[in-house]
Design a protein around this ligand. Structure first.
Ligand SMILES: Nc1nc2c([nH]c(=O)n2[C@H]2C[C@H](O)[C@@H](COP(=O)(O)OP(=O)(O)OP(=O)(O)O)O2)c(=O)[nH]1
Length: 128
């Protein structure tokens, strides 16, 4: 069965939150949507809320799904939701850095390859 990775397109004041990976070495420095692997028995949505709390120290509320299953590798796929912050201020607890990207800045960071089609959709549909 595929490993499911969930990612949050957190939008605030018309900007998208991007996060720079710290590990593993071959992904470190690349930028991603906050999130992570869904634990066994956990729903995708619960996993995403949990990961954003662990990684950023915030509470989020999920909004809408972006596309369907985005293939990351032979054995893993990415599912993405837009989200808003309902409590807290994001901090890079597990990332190297965080950056808020305005509509004209969506491609200013070096996104992980698996995220690029998702960013394309966000760029097309707008992030407000
Ligand atoms: N979180 C996240 N991971 C992504 C994205 N795009 C992408 O290719 N990935 C890959 C990187 C990793 O190989 C995998 C997610 O693993 P992770 O390390 O973030 O998950 P996790 O927090 O549950 O980690 P762990 O418990 O295994 O340490 O998916 C993305 O936008 N967000």
């Amino acid at each position: 069965m595929d490993l499911v990775v969930v990612g949050a397109a957190i939008i605030s004041d018309g900007r998208l939150l991007s996060a720079q990976r710290a590990e593993p070495p071959h992904l470190a420095g690349g930028w991603e949507l906050p999130g992570g692997k869904v634990d066994p028995g956990e729903s995708d949505e619960d996993a995403l809320v949990r990961e954003c709390h662990e990684e950023l120290g915030i509470k989020i509320r999920l909004d809408r799904r972006i596309g369907g299953d985005w293939r990351l590798s032979e054995r893993s796929l990415l599912r993405v939701w837009t989200a808003v912050i309902v409590a807290g201020e994001p901090r890079a607890l597990e990332h190297l850095a965080l950056r808020w990207l305005g509509p004209d800045e969506l491609y200013d960071v070096d996104w992980l390859p698996g995220d690029r089609p998702v960013i394309d959709i966000l760029a097309e549909t707008g992030i407000t």
